[in-house]
Write a protein that binds this ligand. Structure first.
Ligand code: THU
Length: 135
């Protein structure tokens, strides 16, 4: 189901708020993510970097881990908003796309900052047409 303008604004605002909590002393790229679950609940996350760079966790993955920890393994993600403090155009990275796909259908909506600071919208299938699946 498409998001209303109010839902888009609410979710984007939640992602931007989460970016304020990011721990990104190495990249200085402060990212926030907000998930809209099928229950209507919103769960947020931010990137958490590490001196051993590859141990960094992206905002989307932090949000998903928080959602599972809070609401359990049956969560379904209806939409994801991503924001960063610099309003730099930014879509979820490849690993995050696969992580979102674990809990979302191909029609799930992804909101992200595009060129000129304008909010862009696409589906998960647009970003990841071929998900790796075992189930
Ligand atoms: N980052 C995210 O949090 N989400 C993405 O989808 C792309 C990248 C973070 C990881 C790292 O802390 C910083 O942005 C720079 O790559």
């Amino acid at each position: 189901m498409p998001l209303t303008q109010t839902q888009i604004e609410h979710l984007t605002h939640a992602a931007a708020q989460a970016a304020e909590n990011a721990y990104a002393p190495y990249s200085n790229f402060f990212v926030g993510a907000a998930l809209l679950l099928s229950t209507g609940e919103i769960v947020t996350g931010c990137n958490v970097e590490n001196a051993s760079y590859r141990l960094t966790t992206c905002a989307e993955q932090t949000a998903i881990a928080a959602a599972v920890a809070t609401h359990g393994p049956a969560i379904r993600i209806h939409a994801v908003a991503v924001a960063n403090r610099a309003a730099t155009p930014c879509q979820p990275c490849g690993a995050c796309r696969q992580t979102i796909a674990e809990f979302a259908s191909p029609e799930a909506i992804i909101l992200y900052p595009g060129p000129n600071g304008a909010q862009q919208q696409c589906t998960l299938a647009d970003l990841l047409p071929a998900t790796f699946k075992l189930l």
